[in-house]
Design a binder for this molecule. Structure first.
Ligand code: IMP
Length: 186
């Protein structure tokens, strides 16, 4: 089975664009399958991605990513409810919730579940940081305007170029692990 072309099942333009650029660095072509995946209720993004992949009845090399924002003070909330929280209270609601909080530490997690005719395997990526006091920047998507990664200079992901975000993001880290693994295997 050819593995230099892989499909990503996602309804998100942003997630697909970020993932495609990382895989391109390794000469792997990522194609998009525009689907609304089945998401189980679980705390762990690995379990969510793996289940979404398991119920997909497709015979090509394919992957599913599950990602979310985990705020330490709130025991990981919104975590697996990240898209729900964004649709309902949005970034403004998160900022309001944390108005009086000094502990603003948070992390993004990404889990990428991959499958082809021979194997199923999952890789994870993480970036630690903190929640800003206000929204900043128009880049990225979702929670990016309120997330400040530790490894940079105090700017939010929303204030960074796609290349800067890809240098340290949870998604890029998980996809790089997958790409390295695929390269070593071929
Ligand atoms: P999903 O369940 O993996 O599709 O993602 C859950 C939610 O987290 C979505 O609403 C995204 O907007 C948000 N999210 C995931 N990754 C990122 C990111 O890299 N930046 C900002 N928001 C993200």
């Amino acid at each position: 089975m050819r593995r230099n072309k892989i499909w990503m099942g996602t309804s998100s333009d942003h997630k697909f664009a970020e993932a495609r650029e990382v895989m391109k660095e390794y000469g792997i072509k990522l194609e998009r399958l525009n689907i609304d995946r089945v998401e189980i209720q679980a705390d762990d993004p690995e379990l969510i991605a793996e289940y979404s992949l398991k119920v997909l009845d497709i015979e090509v090399p394919i992957l599913i990513e599950d990602a979310g924002l985990y705020i330490d003070k709130y025991f990981g909330f919104p975590g697996p409810y990240s898209s729900y929280a964004l649709r309902t209270i949005d970034n403004e609601g998160i900022l309001k919730l944390m108005e009086c909080d000094e502990d603003r530490s948070a992390r993004y997690l990404s889990a990428v579940a991959y499958r082809d005719g021979e194997i199923s395997i999952t890789f994870t990526g993480e970036v630690t940081g903190r929640i800003a006091y206000e929204k900043k920047g128009t880049g990225g998507f979702g929670y990016d305007p309120i997330f400040i990664p530790d490894e940079e200079d105090g700017r939010t992901f929303g204030e960074m170029s796609p290349e800067e975000k890809a240098g340290i993001s949870h998604r890029a880290r998980a996809f790089r692990k997958l790409a390295e693994w695929l390269k070593n295997r071929n």
